[in-house]
Design a protein around this ligand. Structure first.
Ligand code: PMP
Length: 423
């Protein structure tokens, strides 16, 4: 235990919350998979820069020039963090959801999309205007690869195709075989986008090493504040499509035509899809978080997280009523995200009790991955369980689950308290 590094300082680490049993306790944020607390270092970086910001790509003043430089440096820092290839673009977006919707908006005509039903809704739903093939939940990583290969072998071999896959599940925390899926996609002439919302905060993600075409992630899960995200990868589809948002910043030249209409030349760079005044502080914060994680070192962060997962797993294993959810088996490698149900308990009440009686913040529901959670719980696909919806009646199968998740800022005490509370 001594060899494991200390948690990184995060915002909110000293917040206390009232308990129904009386008194107060330090808040234990165990919902990193929804939004991780920002690193203190990121907050300090933003605070140091904030008094000096000006408009980017627009102003002639000194602070505008400074902001433009910092915004573009942030882009370069993210490209480095993600191991981008020459010619790749880094587009700043609002979130992973925004990034994947952007990619869906630039798909070439006739593109076929392949996506597992197990994806988060942000990866599952943006493709609904394309020709989508939904793949059944695999029960092993190998089965994921063979399922994809089989589907791709049946596809129209001449048209463009895209595979969308998560790096780590937001429900089970399990790691997906991204490199193998990318190889399968490319072998069949398809491209692949990696939803790294849950992977990037926990593991190094290299576009080059994984050989994926795009990667998407959110700042607020990567220890930066809300409101910014990234889509990084191949420039061609991005450059060939109409801008995601039309407006200033995306356009290089706008002219009135003789017939009274308007002609537009759009930028070829990432600016094409960043119309309007960008979220420069958000981009700056993401870059700061990327640097902070790199400096802390993923080896140390992974070691600490595995140590915490070990404590949680061992603690939950002692409670016979607890059933941990997994697609690939109990021993499958995972990040610090675990969902479970407790026999005889309503998951929503259980999560509420963790908060009210122990000051522990977890999440209950279907985690915006309804098909996956229903598969894991073995519920009828037509059941009405929704995110945060009322639970099954006593004696019936659980419709919702409880999710605990943690990361670089989690002290031992939070997971110890969690295990104690569940017991
Ligand atoms: N993908 C995964 C795997 C996620 O866990 C989430 C967030 N729960 C998203 C996408 C969407 O991220 P955001 O809400 O930041 O757009």
């Amino acid at each position: 235990d001594q060899s494991v590094c200390a948690p990184l300082p995060v915002l909110g680490g000293d917040v206390t919350v009232p308990l129904v049993t009386g008194g107060e306790v330090a808040y234990a944020a165990l919902d990193y998979a929804a939004s991780a607390p920002a690193l203190q270092r990121v907050w300090d970086d933003v605070a140091a820069y904030a008094p000096y910001y000006g408009s980017v790509h627009r102003g002639a003043g000194y602070l505008s020039q400074l902001s433009t430089e910092l915004f573009e440096n942030a882009r370069a820092a993210v490209a480095e963090f993600l191991g981008c290839r020459d010619g790749d673009q880094v587009v700043f977006t609002r979130s992973t959801t925004d990034s994947l919707n952007l990619l869906a908006a630039v798909l070439p005509a006739g593109c076929q999309v392949f996506v597992f039903e197990t994806e988060h809704h942000a990866s599952l739903l943006p493709w609904r205007n394309a020709r989508v093939t939904y793949l059944d939940a695999p029960r092993t990583p190998d089965e994921a690869v063979t399922t994809l290969e089989r589907a791709l072998a049946d596809r129209d071999p001449y048209g463009p195709a895209l595979v969308c896959v998560t790096g780590a599940s937001n429900v089970t925390g399990e790691l997906w075989p991204v490199r193998e899926l990318a190889a399968a996609a490319h072998a069949h002439g398809a491209r692949i986008v990696l939803d790294a919302a849950q992977l990037a905060p926990h593991h190094p993600v290299s576009v080059r090493d994984l050989d994926v075409d795009w990667v998407a992630f959110s700042g607020h899960k990567l220890y930066a504040p809300f409101g910014s995200g990234v889509l990084a990868g191949r420039a061609d589809w991005l450059r060939e499509a109409e801008p995601y948002l039309a407006g200033g910043g995306a356009s290089r030249k706008v002219t009135r035509r003789a017939d009274g209409g308007v002609d537009v030349e759009w930028h070829d760079s990432a600016a094409r899809h960043e119309a309007g005044s960008p979220n420069v502080i958000g981009a700056y914060a993401i870059a700061s978080a990327c640097k902070a994680l790199t400096e802390a070192g993923f080896d140390a962060l992974v070691a600490r997280e595995q140590y915490l997962i070990g404590k949680v797993r061992a603690g939950l294993a002692e409670v016979p009523e607890v059933k941990v959810l997994s697609l690939f088996g109990d021993d499958a490698p995972r990040v610090g995200v675990l969902s479970f149900v407790v026999e005889g308990w309503n998951s929503s009440h259980f999560a509420a009790a963790l908060s009210a009686e122990y000051g522990i913040g977890v999440r209950d529901g279907l985690f915006c991955a309804h098909p996956l959670v229903r598969t894991l719980l073995g519920s009828d696909p037509q059941t009405q369980g929704e995110c945060g919806a009322p639970e099954a009646a006593p004696g019936e199968k659980s419709l919702n689950a409880i999710r605990v998740s943690f990361g670089a800022g989690t002290p031992d005490e939070h997971v110890v308290r969690f295990v104690h509370a569940v017991r």
